[in-house]
Design a protein around this ligand. Structure first.
Ligand SMILES: *Cc1c(COP(=O)(O)O)cnc(C)c1O
Length: 356
């Protein structure tokens, strides 16, 4: 840290992304990427012409992409915001909607970035513990009178709340924004997108990173009341109006034109998830029920950190969090059938005589 750094950032604890090691090829089950490639339409959307046209700035309003998204959800373009990954949007939401002085509520076990954004913007966090079974009790969020940020399905855990419960939270906090982070919604949960026209305090955030196989393209979007979207644009236009690059915009449009391909991939991932859960349980693992493209799993005879380390030695990366409540677990991304079979075989071997 230099002596020039503003004192307000000196104690900031930064977000630690999952490892992206470049030293060897790993079976990567640690950052919830899709095992399937982007749609052939996405690949075809970027050719020589688009590359040559990188000399031009991108369209700051991203009009064609915004109207495609609006059509897909039956909303107007004024209800859609697009940005450089959903992390970018969550950052803007903490900046814009947490109040003065800032306050925001979220669970103790969830996406680690919420606490980082809270710290970054000097927002006081109301951290609400998950229940013993790692579920969110929606009643704890009703009438909180502050901004609420909920990942649904919840990050790290995979459990999801039904839309009805989310609606109770949204309806009970009319004076504050409820941000619903739906990064994993396409793997079997209920989206709050259909509630957007009904509640002016609802912001639904989604991403192309997980179900649409475009993590490296950095594309996220938010659906909400036109006034909320205008607020987000106010911040975007005060920082970096061109924050979505030209190639990513073309890729995003092409992805939306091949929804059937992504629906099929999500179905495959859900089937692989069901198979993986059965296989892990047969090895003696406790697996938290998941509606996301990952599962959180612990084994009674080997601690979570050791499992993480042994798997890494054998070329398989999973995500281990040292957060006390889940330190004995690992978060395992659902990859292809072949990747999950390799994981299960490796775990069987590693656990040897210790599994039942
Ligand atoms: C992956 C993830 C994000 C980040 O998505 P990007 O669009 O890649 O920035 C946001 N929220 C949750 C809960 C995630 O798991």
């Amino acid at each position: 840290m230099s002596r020039f750094l503003n004192s307000r950032y000196q104690s900031l604890e930064v977000y630690t992304p999952g490892e992206q090691p470049q030293d060897q090829v790993y079976t990567k089950l640690n950052t919830n990427e899709s095992p399937y490639p982007a749609s052939p339409r996405v690949v075809a959307a970027i050719g020589r012409k688009e590359l040559e046209e990188l000399r031009l700035y991108s369209d700051p309003d991203l009009k064609p992409l915004v109207s495609k998204l609006a059509n897909a959800y039956g909303l107007s373009p004024a209800q859609v915001f697009v940005s450089n990954g959903s992390d970018d949007i969550l950052n803007f939401a903490f900046m814009a909607f947490s109040g003065q002085p800032g306050r925001a509520a979220f669970p103790d076990i969830t996406y680690g970035f919420y606490q980082v954004f809270a710290d970054l913007h000097q927002v006081e966090a109301t951290v609400i513990p998950l229940e013993a079974d790692f579920s969110v009790d929606y009643r704890r969020y009703c009438g909180l009178q502050q901004m609420i940020v909920l990942a649904n399905p919840n990050a790290q855990v995979g459990r999801a709340l039904p839309r009805k419960a989310m609606e109770e939270i949204i309806a009970s906090n009319p004076a504050h924004v409820v941000v619903v982070d739906e990064a994993y919604v396409d793997f079997g949960a209920e989206s709050c997108a259909p509630l957007v026209g009904k509640y002016p305090n609802l912001l639904v955030v989604q991403t192309f990173s997980k179900s649409r196989s475009m993590a490296g393209a950095r594309l996220g979007y938010a659906l909400g009341d036109a006034a909320l979207i205008a607020d987000l644009n106010r911040i975007k236009y005060s920082t970096n109006p061109y924050n979505v690059n030209r190639l990513t915009m073309f890729a995003g449009i092409a992805a939306l034109e091949d929804q059937a391909y992504y629906d099929e991939n999500c179905k495959k991932i859900m089937a692989t998830r069901a198979w993986t859960v059965e296989a892990l349980e047969a090895l003696g693992f406790t697996v938290i029920p998941s509606q996301a493209n990952f599962v959180l799993a612990a084994h009674p005879s080997m601690d979570g950190e050791t499992i993480y380390r042994v798997l890494k030695q054998r070329g398989i990366l999973v995500r281990h969090f040292s957060t006390p409540r889940i330190a004995n677990y690992n978060r395992i991304t659902i990859g292809s059938d072949a990747q999950m079979a390799l994981l299960v075989d490796t775990l069987r071997d590693v656990l040897g005589g210790t599994s039942r």
